[in-house]
Design a protein around this ligand. Sequence first.
Ligand code: ADP
Ligand code: ASP
Ligand code: MG
Length: 402
Amino acid sequence: MLIVKKFGGSSVADKEKIFNVAHRIADEYKKGNEVVVVLSAMGKQTDLLLAQAKEINPNASKREIDMLLTTGEQVSVSLMAMALDYLGVPAVSLNAFQVAMHTTRVYGNSRLKRIDTERIHNELQNKRVVIVTGFQGVNKYDDYTTLGRGGSDTTAVALAAALHADACEIYTDVEGIYTADPRIVPTARKLNEITYDEMLELASLGAGVLHNRSVEMAKKYGVQLVVRSSLNLSEGTVVKEEVKMEKMLVSGVACDKNTARIAVIGLEDQPGVAFKLFHHLARHNVNVDIILQSVGRDGTKDISFTVKEDDLDEAVAILERHGSSSLKCQKIDTERNVAKVSIVGAGMMSNAGVAAKMFEALYDVGVNIKMISTSEIRVTVLIDEQHADKAMNAVHEKFLLS
Ligand code: ADP
Ligand code: ASP
Ligand code: MG
């Protein structure tokens, strides 16, 4: 069997944890399996590197930031190869350049396009464990790129697809995928299985346990994923196309605090205004989420929408640049301390009243809703960030504990 195993930052945070993981890899190798390992940077290393960059230059280029961030993963893979060697297991560490993991041009949020598998296959044939840096790639200029925060999951799934692996296992600091983040909702339950579609929604809506693109890719290439703990042997959660159990109305609650709201006030109430507004943002790769437009009054209207909090400053700068020319508005308001809380469930499709039940749960704990957005399998509300944990618990209790 060829198995891809990915270990996150907290699973390789120090010497003890590195050896804990090394033992697990060694056990798999000794069973006669071919093992490809993907690692994240140790502990909070990526955050530390970002803070260092900011100290030197708050406007550092994305290229240089990626050059810096890729060092984090190089440290963990080389130390892991040394740990395995110490345990008597032949291993080799490879970075994105050495493997040749080709990505799109963009820095900071690049997409994997193609992975050369020759070097990895050769190393496996020579009976080595192959340890690959997660989160990084190389673009057509031979520059390092990164795949977005949490992107090592995507590296693992992409490798599993490219190598036609028999299994893809994501090891982390919780026992699997829960009905809500167990750190915020102590009563959250571990799921035995979940569909790609539901997991994709949850991941996109803030459930940081999996990088959303990893789920997208797993669905596209039919890679069955298992999310499980690096600290014990419990079974974990399988992510796949269809689940056997009867579908639950709601399978999970997610929260995204990396959210901000922008209100563009006093726009002209005429055709083309929304197009111009969102066109400028799209051209600069700023993703927009919930959009709300007011009813036009006295020839003007307001449009408010949410963006990632990390993108807020850039979004406002873009709008201000165009404010005087093509986009006329009276003012731009921003709000940073907001959060999105969402419920996700395939069972929602055929059930009326799910949204109302969620709003009732929020009303019961006195949380005001600022914006609402729905899809077939999801309801999202925007609320004050300070109420996010309380709201998560209330909504979780309403749908998943009764
Ligand atoms: P890693 O470093 O292993 O990639 P992450 O911190 O990226 O770990 O992801 C694991 C974390 O995801 C957990 O510690 C947990 O707090 C958080 N999380 C958020 N939503 C969920 C969920 N629905 N189920 C499990 N964990 C979740
Ligand atoms: N080290 C990267 C991050 O912290 C990638 C990852 O952990 O998946 O975002
Ligand atoms: Mg992660």
